[in-house]
Design a protein around this ligand. Structure first.
Ligand code: RP5
Length: 162
């Protein structure tokens, strides 16, 4: 079995539809990953155990999504020196602004790289780019992906011009 390099965790199974985009990026780039529901509030000891054993289990990056009082990314970042990417999940009452503020406002010393509300796709890509700093093959895949983005824009332009 391949050791997961990216841990994709979320506070609730209700976050899964949002976090699917990060899972998809890992699948598309062939990055070994694992997915877990871990709540900072409902399962705090599970969260601590996950974060504290992350390095010894071989993880290189953690993507953590949460909504509302979104403490999961910050608490995990406090418990491991691995890079943590936070995904603010759109909440029912405040549309995810609460999640964004909870995740992005980390105190100096314990960073969480925070993407836009609901943008788990960029979290997956950022994780891939972090891994690509020591993986030339993955770096090439990312460069090809970006070429694809560029070609897509140019094709749209061409169809406007014709
Ligand atoms: C957070 O509370 C989760 O990340 C989720 O976004 C939010 C609501 O959770 P559920 O009530 O849907 O389980 O911990």
């Amino acid at each position: 079995m391949t050791t997961p390099l990216v841990g994709i965790i979320m506070g609730s199974d209700s976050d899964l539809p949002t976090m699917e985009a990060a899972i998809l990026i890992c699948e598309d780039f062939g990055i070994p990953h694992e997915v877990a529901i871990i709540s900072a509030h409902r399962t705090p000891y599970r969260m601590a155990n996950y974060a504290q054993t992350a390095i010894e289990r071989g993880l290189k990056v953690i993507i953590a999504g949460a909504g509302g009082a979104a403490h999961l990314p910050g608490m995990v970042a406090a418990l491991t020196p691995l890079p943590v990417i936070g995904v603010p999940v759109k909440s029912r009452s405040l549309q995810g602004v609460d999640s964004l503020y909870s995740i992005v406002q980390m105190p100096g010393g314990i960073p969480v790289a925070t993407v836009a509300i609901g943008n788990a796709k960029n979290a997956g890509l950022l994780a891939a780019q972090i891994l690509a700093t020591s993986d030339p093959q993955l770096l090439e895949q990312i460069q090809n992906y970006r070429k694809g983005l560029e070609e897509n824009v140019l094709e749209k332009q061409e169809s406007l011009d014709t």
